[in-house]
Design a protein around this ligand. Structure first.
Ligand code: SAM
Ligand code: SF4
Length: 463
């Protein structure tokens, strides 16, 4: 894969000839859920803040989100196993030369404790995160951590899907990792603009731009199916980044027949010991951030969009309307963060969080907004991954397939971890959604039968 700077700039420039009518035609095309081509993406990215078409953009994104994903929001928690790192990413607190944070690589026992703490909050999906330096045994540390997390149980509950966000691997390493039953492998390019990348990643293995860019190819060649990509917004011009990422997606789809399973949209947050993170070179204001999410929702409708706890409560709510389909909740970004005393909490974290609410509060809020919080991992365990998932997702069937499973996983959460008030509100919402979204009586009956079985104690129910 090659990103050619001039080519990206030419695309961004040529879009200036799009008229208002042309843009409206793009929205009409987008609503057919087939995605857009790169010139069309460029045209909608160039809608400026004062242009009334921005409202249409948001409305189109919302319609597409509602059609494909319905009122369902997938929840997960990051588990930072280690903040040791050999790299020098100038925006990150974990970078090797930063003396201002406490370093820690959790032992397998500590990882087990962390996983159990998350299961006891009600989590089922974990994102395992680490810096690029493993305490001993190299990558085996990560493999052991995966096994440890999957082995933890609270009654009938456990972690059912572990996604991974670690440094890029070689093809052989990816093959090895693929044996450990992981969900999505996430890797953010940070910036697709090579000169900026080189300025900001000044030492360590991550300084090699092309090795990182080619990582998704290596993962697919190694047989991995679900890959997540992302940009760290604030490092370079967001329009350039999105066009380049779109070219990357087009390339992957053409070459492997699979696009990314998810796109993450982290915005740079203040990190201890990083001046750059306090004053990012290309800061993204809230309106622009919403525009980015809306453009992505329209451009790649079948790809999940992930928002982390980096964002504030208010922004997360708005983003949900525009197309975000997964959020982290109750997060800690320091190794061991889920069990510490209050006053110890902020040592060794990666960046400041914008949303500090515990999982339960996030869920109350999601229910208030008439969305079903989902801990579902059904597709992945039924082998609906990679191309199979895309085939299911592209015609807009996620809503029909995933909504029942989201309901089951939420019902399990309500019965095992929610207080009486939330339990009542949650089951009321489930009933409303069944009535409104599942019009077929037979199907309704199947859903209700499964919910009854969950109420009688059955767990891990999915279609
Ligand atoms: N070390 C691996 C890597 O760099 O790919 C994976 C873990 S790293 C902690 C995960 C992500 O954190 C990075 O890809 C980067 O986008 C993000 N990150 C780093 N510093 C950040 C900051 N100050 N604010 C927000 N996100 C940040
Ligand atoms: Fe290390 Fe990843 Fe942070 Fe870079 S972003 S310093 S590689 S943990």
């Amino acid at each position: 894969m090659k990103i050619v700077e001039q080519e990206i700039n030419d695309i961004l420039h040529s879009s200036k000839k799009y008229s208002e009518k042309d843009i409206k035609n793009i929205f009409t095309k987008a609503k057919k859920l087939k995605g857009l081509n790169v010139e069309e993406v460029s045209a909608i990215l160039n809608i400026d803040d004062k242009n009334p078409l921005l409202k249409d953009l948001f409305q189109t994104a919302k319609e597409i989100k509602d059609t494909i994903y319905g009122n369902r929001l997938v929840l997960f928690a990051p588990l930072y196993v280690s903040n040791l790192c050999n790299n020098e990413c100038l925006y990150c607190a974990f970078r090797a030369s930063n003396k201002l944070i406490e370093r820690k690589a959790l032992s397998q026992q500590e990882i087990a404790d962390q996983a159990l703490a998350l299961i006891k909050q009600g989590h089922k999906r974990i994102l395992l995160v680490a810096g690029e330096s493993y305490p001993k045994d190299g990558l085996q540390y990560v493999f052991d951590s995966i096994k440890t997390i999957y082995a933890q149980k609270d009654g009938k509950n456990n972690i059912r899907r572990i996604n991974i966000n670690i440094a890029p691997l070689t093809e052989d390493e990816f093959k090895e990792l693929n044996k450990y039953n992981i969900g999505t492998f996430q890797l953010f390019q940070e910036t697709y603009h090579e000169p900026t990348y080189k300025k900001l990643h000044i030492a360590g293995p991550k300084s090699k731009y092309q090795f990182r860019l080619d990582a998704i190819d290596r993962a697919f060649k190694a047989g991995m199916q679900d890959i997540g990509i992302g940009i760290l917004f604030g490092l370079y011009d967001y329009k350039y980044e999105i066009i380049a990422m779109f070219k990357h997606i087009e390339y992957l789809e053409k070459k492997y027949g699979i696009g990314p399973h998810t796109v993450s949209v982290p915005r740079i947050e203040p990190a201890t010991g990083s001046d750059l993170s306090e004053n990012p070179p290309y800061p993204i204001d809230d309106l622009t951030f919403k525009k980015i999410i809306a453009c992505l929702r329209i451009a790649v409708p079948y790809t999940g969009i992930i928002l982390s706890t980096r964002e504030s409560e208010a922004m997360r709510r708005q983003a949900l309307e525009l197309g975000v389909s997964q959020i982290s909740a109750g997060s800690k970004t320091n190794p061991g963060g889920y069990e510490e005393d209050e006053e110890e909490k902020h040592t060794g974290e990666q960046f400041s969080l914008g949303d500090h609410r515990p999982l339960e509060k996030v869920i109350e809020d999601i229910v208030e907004h008439k969305h079903i919080p989902s801990f579902c991992t059904g597709c992945y365990r039924l082998g609906r991954v990679g191309k199979d998932f895309m085939d299911l997702a592209k015609p807009g069937l996620i809503k029909h397939h995933c909504l029942p499973n989201a309901i089951f996983s939420f019902a399990e959460y309500l019965l095992d971890y929610a207080d009486d008030i939330l339990q009542k509100k949650g089951f009321d919402l489930i009933n409303q959604v069944i009535e409104k979204e599942m019009l077929d009586e037979k199907f309704q009956a199947t859903i209700r039968k499964n919910i009854d079985e969950i109420k009688e104690g059955k767990r891990d129910v999915y279609l």
